[in-house]
Design a protein around this ligand. Sequence first.
Ligand code: NAD
Ligand code: DAU
Length: 351
Amino acid sequence: MKRTVLITGGAGFIGSHVVRLFVKKYPEYRMVNLDKLSYAGNLENLKDIESQPNYRFIRADITDKVSIRNVFREFGVDSIIHLAAESHVDRSISSPMEFIQTNVIGTTNLLNAAVENWTGDFTGKVFYHISTDEVYGSLEDGGYFTEKTAYDPRSPYSASKAGSDHLVRAYHNTYGLPVLLSNCSNNYGPNQFPEKLIPLAINNILNEKSIPVYGKGENIRDWLFVEDHANAIDVIFHKGKKGETYNIGGNNEWKNIDLIRLLCRIMDEKLGRPPGDSEKLVTFVKDRAGHDLRYAIDSGKLKKELNWEPSVTFEQGLSKTVDWYLANQEWLQHVLTGDYEKYYETQYLSR
Ligand code: NAD
Ligand code: DAU
C-alpha cells in the first residue's frame, strides 16, 4: 500500500463521503476508519464499500490513548484526516462537556500519538484537521470570513472546535508536525443525521409534522453539497501546503426561512402535493441561545491556489438530497430510534 490513511469519524455524515471517495479513487491507499459510533455514527452509511480490500473499520474512541497507540502500531499510519467530533450546536448548549472531551481532549490525544510515532521523520506524514467556519464568529456587519479573520467562537461547539484548531497549529509550531487545516461552511446532502436543519425539515415535511424555525428565520448560512466538501478535502490533502489553512464554502448564502420555503416547494413537487401545502407546516419557535446571525466564507484562496470550486448548484444539490431521503426511508427509520425521540422532545416540545 502506498499510504495508510487513518480517518476519524468516517461513519458520520461528512466522514462517510470522504471514506467512499478515497476508497474508490485510491485503491493503492489503505483507509482505516476509526469511529466510536456515537448516535451520529452509522456503518449503514458505508455498506457499499465495506468489503473493499483497502478499507478497514476500527471501533474506538479518539480520547482513548491505548486504542490510538495500538492503531498507529498495527497499521503504520502515515496520514490522518481527522473528522471525529461532536458536531451539533444545540447539543453543545445542553451538554458542553462532551464537546470538550471529544473535540479538545480527543484531538490532543491524536496529536500526541502523531508526534510520538512520527518524530524524527516527518517525511510523507500529514495531520489534516477538519474544522468549521463557526470558529470565526458571526458576521453581524457584512463581509466574509477569510483565513486571516480573527477567531471569535460563540457557542460551546465552536469554542471547542477553535480550541482544537489552536492545538493543531501549536503542534505544528512547537514540534514541527506537518499539519493541514480547513474550515468549511454548512454541509448538506445524503446521510446527514436528522437533527440538522435540512434533514430534520425533510423528515418533518415527509411526515406532515411542524417545521421548527428558530426565531424569525432570519439567520444566514452558506450551504455546500457534502460531495463538494469531500472533493475539497481530497484536493487539500494531496496539494495543500503544510502549515496552511484553507477556507471552504459554497458561495451560497440563504436565510433559513427562504431555504425552508424552497425545500417545501421541491418536496411538494416530488410528493405530488398542492403548491404551498408543506409551507403551512412552518412554525416559528424560540430562538437558539446565542444564535449566530450570519456565516459566509471567502474561499478565494482555495480557488486561486488549488483550483477548487463547488460543482453543484443549490437547487441541484437540494433536489438530489431530497431524492436520497425519499429513496432511503429505511435509513431514516433506523436512525430515528427511541434516543432520537427523547432528544426531539427535550429540544422542541417545550419551545
Ligand atoms: P457527524 O456528527 O455526522 O459525525 C461525527 C462522527 O464522529 C460520528 O461518526 C461519530 O460517531 C464520530 N465520533 C464522535 N465522537 C467520537 C469519538 N470520541 N471518538 C471517535 N469517533 C467519534 O459530524 P459531521 O457533520 O460529519 O462533521 C464531521 C466534521 O466536520 C466535524 O469535525 C465537524 O466539526 C466538521 N464540520 C462539519 C460541518 C457540517 O456542516 N456538518 C461543516 C464544517 C465542518
Ligand atoms: O457552519 C458549519 C457548521 O454548520 C458545522 O460546523 C456544524 O457541525 C453544523 O451542525 C452546522 O451548524 P449550524 O448550527 O449552522 O447548523 P444547523 O443545521 O443546526 O442549523 C442551521 C440553521 O438553522 C441555524 O441558523 C439554526 C437553524 N435551525 C436549526 C434547527 C436544527 C432552525 O431554525 N431550526 C432547527 O430545528
